[in-house]
Design a protein around this ligand. Structure first.
Ligand SMILES: [Fe+2]
Ligand SMILES: [Fe+2]
Length: 160
């Protein structure tokens, strides 16, 4: 087992930057799985997981990461733009949640979400994570990681 695999498996908290990147990668894998799948019921299952995981991830970012980011000198504007993207994604995800898999708009809605969320995650990795590295020391990033996981676990049981 490689070092990165080992650390992912034991990561129940840990550095917020690594946590966010690792969740982005997990969601990207689900997107690829969906796009490669030819089986409608398998696609439906993957989409359910995508909706759940994204709603949980964005809730934890909004409660734990963005309020802190806003306190950094250049953080406010970046936070506002990313939160706006999250709100739009959440609206689309909830629309999708109500759709049946044979709805004519199902796949176009999934693809729209995939494009928007991929773009959003890239912006976070380019703009948000560097600010967290710059303004928080290792201990503070671990503390934020722990809070992130607390909200994550709560949201995960609340969101169907
Ligand atoms: Fe986000
Ligand atoms: Fe994110």
């Amino acid at each position: 087992m490689s070092t990165s695999e080992a650390s992912n498996k034991t990561e129940q908290g840990g550095d917020i930057v690594r946590l966010i990147v690792s969740e982005h990668n997990e969601v990207k894998e689900l997107f690829d799985k969906y796009l490669l799948s030819k089986n409608a019921s398998e696609q439906e299952k993957i989409v359910k997981k995508i909706i759940h995981d994204l709603l949980v991830h964005e809730t934890a970012e909004e409660e734990v990461v963005y309020p802190k980011l806003k306190s950094f000198p250049t953080g406010q504007e970046i936070a506002d733009s990313r939160i706006e993207e999250e709100k739009q994604a959440e609206t689309k995800l909830k629309e999708l949640q109500k759709m049946k898999a044979d709805d004519p708009n199902f796949s176009s809605t999934v693809e729209e979400i995939i494009r928007a969320v991929t773009e959003h995650s890239m912006e976070e990795e380019k703009q948000v994570l560097p600010l967290l590295r710059e303004h928080l020391d290792v201990e503070q990033r671990e503390e934020m990681g722990q809070k992130f996981m607390e909200v994550h676990n709560r949201a995960s049981s609340e969101i169907s």
